[in-house]
Design a protein around this ligand. Structure first.
Ligand SMILES: O=C(O)CCC(=O)C(=O)O
Ligand SMILES: [Fe+2]
Length: 350
């Protein structure tokens, strides 16, 4: 049972013709000139403002309308970020003998490998390196210790910074929702963090494949970092794939399915995907945050009121991921939270 919280990241991109067909209904824009832009939220402003402020309203709107935003002035040392970006790129170019030391073991999702389910004919055009990073006692020594220095050290520092950043965002999300005691903060502090580095090789026919199929993240929160200059992330905005142009020095924040449940549907996870490039490789780094294994996932009690009854059932974290990752729901965005956890008679539309 030890890896329940670690699976958050790699579970969601499994091919399924049903989903491919659904995805085909989302338009690809012919021109991006009239595209709405992903909201930009300034963390330094949020942290310096006392009460309900314009920036906090921006965060609230971004969470409600997009489930995604770019975060600027986040305070994370850019030298560290650059080192991590470079380290991730180099990791995928290690000699094969070195890579083998970091290979996935049978039945395990950690290490270098393919997306779960890809042996069943997935079209995901991506190699990944997936690793549980926190809590540190659950790290796999054979993986961590074989990450070359100085990347290992940088990654270690990065994990801590990402936890700090995630905690700040959770507190601010609580503030944006107007609740005093943000009950999820505690469970998240003890939570599970995992990192997935995605390597998308150049693809001669980029229109025929996807780097990552449309999915929502199974985390509470994901902090995304584009590691080189090549774009490819697209977000589903009311049926249109909106391409994301990351600002320099920004993180892209994605709200996951767990947060949708915890906020009682006030905020939502959003489908996204990654497209590939015909000439250039692309590397991205996703840091996933989920609750600790011993806790529960359910609507925060302060967000359940007579006017807004619980939209979702509460369930233990271990059971959540067991269900979430079962073949029935895997690769079908939001199907687990909607088909299993959603309370059918709640009178508020989800
Ligand atoms: O490569 C990207 O930009 C998206 C990655 C992603 O969505 C994920 O790893 O869950
Ligand atoms: Fe994702």
């Amino acid at each position: 049972m030890e890896s329940e919280t670690v699976k958050v990241g790699s579970s969601l991109v499994i091919d399924s013709m049903k989903e491919v067909a659904k995805e085909a209904l989302i338009k690809v824009p012919e021109s991006t000139s009239f595209m709405p832009n992903l909201p930009i939220v300034d963390l330094s402003k949020l942290l310096s403002e006392e009460v309900k402020s314009p920036e906090l309203e921006k965060l609230d709107r971004a969470c409600k309308e997009w489930g995604f935003f770019q975060l600027i002035n986040h305070g994370v040392d850019m030298k560290l970020v650059e080192d991590v970006k470079r380290g991730a790129q180099e990791l995928f170019h290690l000699p094969i003998e070195e890579k083998k030391k970091l290979w996935q073991k049978p039945g395990d999702m950690e290490g270098f490998g393919q997306m779960l389910g890809s042996d069943e004919g997935s079209s995901n055009w991506v190699d990944l390196f997936y690793i549980l990073t926190l809590p540190s006692h659950l790290r796999k020594p054979h993986l961590f210790h074989n990450i070359p220095m100085p990347f290992r050290k940088n990654l270690e520092d990065y994990c801590i910074k990402m936890r700090e950043l995630a905690m700040n965002i959770f507190v601010l999300i609580g503030k944006a929702l107007g609740i005093e005691a943000w009950d999820i903060e505690e469970s998240i502090r003890e939570g599970g963090q995992s990192i997935r580095m995605n390597y998308y090789p150049p693809c001669p026919q980029p229109e025929n494949v996807l780097g990552l199929n449309a999915h929502t993240d199974g985390s509470a929160l994901t902090i995304l970092l584009q590691a080189n200059e090549v774009d490819g992330l697209q977000i589903d905005k009311h049926g249109t794939w909106v391409p994301v142009k990351p600002l320099p020095n920004a993180f892209i924040i994605s709200l996951g399915d767990v947060l949708e449940v915890m906020t009682n549907g006030m905020y939502r996870s959003t489908m996204h995907r990654a497209v590939v490039n015909s000439e250039k490789e692309r590397v991205s780094i996703a840091t996933f945050y989920g609750p600790g294994r011993s806790g529960n996932i359910g609507p925060a009690p302060t967000l359940v009121t007579p006017e807004r009854p619980a939209l979702f059932k509460t369930i233990g974290v271990t059971d959540f991921y067991k269900g979430y990752l079962s073949p029935e729901y895997l690769g079908k965005p939001k199907s687990y939270i909607n088909d299993v956890l959603r309370i059918q008679n709640g009178h508020i539309e989800g």
